[in-house]
Write a protein that binds this ligand. Sequence first.
Ligand SMILES: C[S@@+](CC[C@H](N)C(=O)[O-])C[C@H]1O[C@@H](n2cnc3c(N)ncnc32)[C@H](O)[C@@H]1O
Length: 203
Amino acid sequence: MTHGPPEHPKRELLLDPRVPIRDSMALVFENPSLPLDVDVGCGKGRFLAARAAANRQTNHVGIERIPTRLLKVGRKCARLGLRNVALLHAEAAHAIGHLMPPEGVRTYYVFFPDPWPKRRHHRRRLFTADLLTSLYRTMEPGGTLHVATDDMEYHAAILGLFGNDARFVPVDPLVPSEPEQTDFERIFLSKGVVIGRCSYRRA
Ligand SMILES: C[S@@+](CC[C@H](N)C(=O)[O-])C[C@H]1O[C@@H](n2cnc3c(N)ncnc32)[C@H](O)[C@@H]1O
């Protein structure tokens, strides 16, 4: 029996996680000069694929650390013939801090980041003061960030971080339309779980 290489998202969808995305996105996007939106922790990519299909004049990057999930996203995007999606197999804080272009991201979406509810695990959470600095550095002036979580304590912590930071201005939260609801949003809504949402504009 022969063993082929491990299954992987289509090569042409993958950004090189070793270099800033400016250096590899010309290989992936049909038109690298379009505005850039980033789905952080894109999971299986329901939102990413729907958003990219409905907005072909925007490039989209999905960041995800679980390769099997990226594989599913890759299949969805290939089925839809999307040439405005790229995938990044990376840790989100590293990707935002080191790989995203300075003032190059128009919109960040962070939907249902792992909440790490136990106090001793809070330091593993994505949202930290350092992340806000990376977001500020990489967002276009006037760019937006949308967050949703099912963990109301994490929601309060996120509101606290942004509430103390004059670099971000609160705006109306994004409530996705049904086709753009993420997999986790659909699960939580079906169980009647309250969802905490918040959105910010970069000053
Ligand atoms: C709860 S799921 C939400 C997935 C999707 N956003 C949704 O709403 O359906 C969180 C996702 O973020 C990914 N993730 C969590 N922490 C991450 C990190 N530090 N870097 C990259 N991906 C991460 C997980 O692998 C998982 O797919």
